[in-house]
Design a protein around this ligand. Structure first.
Ligand code: KG4
Ligand code: ZN
Length: 337
């Protein structure tokens, strides 16, 4: 019997709904919220209101695109957290309502676990190459920077974590200083492509073990720009590409340095990246170079499964469904999971 999962993701500013059947994606739709761009970050109250407006039409479209009717859905998976409480509440309430109306199981999903499990999404007519275990994954998103060992789809151990900002925040906050709209990561990526990585030097943190820190880099970038802007008010405009390339290069070398150490310490060479920042072309290319040099079996997700999406929630829900890990209807969202 095929297992069909309706998956809901609403942890931050994207409303996403996916239909997954036996691990294969039938549809994965995302409604972005452009409203936050001009605010320099996500405004929680606006995000939850937009989720309320989007959730029904996006679900309807996802079901149409998948060619699936409500009666064919076996379970509803939803992001329980971490994320913005008001946003999570919309997805959680909708998931509960759907599950209750259809009398089918409800499956809570940890958003971070789902980012990593994006590597297990199957697509029709694709060479679906899957990592084997133990699998070492760098999770880099707007809110988290972690090195995780996966022992099975549902067993994870965090061996490295950020002690302050996440890598995505470093991109977004430095971008904000340069006057870029939120989120700045994709624009920095684009501009870095035509810039010089050695044009400017920014301090790299010295954090012991496998943990990360990005707040010092953000501060050093801010002070560097403040001094330069005194000399030339158009400094950013004149040096945009070089600033982006140098900043991006610094962030990538911090990230990859820790992944290399993690691989050497654990002996694991089954390596992947996940989360919004794993869309970064510089990081993807550097990881490929490192993998070749170190003989890693490297896994880089498709772009559409790097940033927030419901397909990753659906695949995690699928594995939980197979293990019978269901939630009760008094489950509440968690800002921190
Ligand atoms: O995983 P995600 O969509 O949301 C969270 O769970 O946080 O990650 C969003 C983050 C943002 O900080 C955004 O700037 C960053 O991912 N990002 C990128 C790129 N695309 C998205 N950072 C660098 N380069 C990119 N191409
Ligand atoms: Zn995310």
């Amino acid at each position: 019997m095929a297992v069909t999962i309706l998956a809901i993701e609403s942890s931050c500013d994207d409303t996403s709904v996916a239909i997954i059947r036996d691990g294969y994606v039938l549809s994965n739709l995302i409604a972005n919220q452009d409203i936050h761009m001009s605010y320099g970050g996500v405004v929680p109250e606006l995000a939850s209101r937009a989720h309320q407006a989007n959730i029904v039409p996006v679900t309807h479209q996802a079901m149409l695109k998948a060619g699936v009717i409500a009666e064919e859905i076996d379970a509803v998976a939803f992001t329980r957290g971490p994320g913005l409480l008001g946003s999570l509440l919309v997805g959680t309430s909708f998931a509960k309502g759907f599950a209750l109306a259809r009398n089918i199981p409800l499956i809570e999903v940890n958003h971070l676990q789902a980012h990593v499990l994006a590597h297990f999404i199957f697509e029709k007519d694709k060479n679906n190459r899957l990592p084997s275990f133990p699998f070492l994954c760098l999770l880099v998103s707007g809110g988290h920077t972690r090195i995780i060992i996966l022992k099975s789809q549902l067993e994870m151990e965090v061996i490295g974590n950020t002690i302050d900002d996440a890598a995505g925040e470093a991109f977004d906050k430095c971008g904000k200083v340069m006057g870029f709209p939120y989120p700045a990561g994709p624009l920095i990526d684009k501009l870095a492509d035509v810039g010089n990585i050695s044009a400017f030097k920014f301090a790299k943190p010295h954090i012991k073990g496998l943990d990360f820190s990005f707040s010092g880099l953000k501060t050093s970038f801010l002070y560097f720009l403040r001094d330069k802007l005194k000399e030339d008010p158009d400094f950013v405009e004149h040096n945009k590409a070089d600033l982006c390339a140098s900043l991006q290069h610094t962030i990538i070398s911090i990230l990859i340095g820790k992944v290399v150490n993690a691989s050497l310490q654990t002996g694991i060479r089954e390596i992947g990246i996940a989360g919004g920042v794993s869309a970064n072309s510089g990081l993807r290319n550097e990881m490929r170079r490192e993998a070749e040099k170190r003989n890693w079996n490297l896994f880089i997700p498709e772009f559409r499964y790097t940033t927030d999406n419901a397909a990753m929630i659906g695949i995690t829900g699928y594995y939980k469904y197979l293990r019978g890990e269901f939630s009760s209807h008094d489950v509440t969202p968690l800002a921190r999971y």
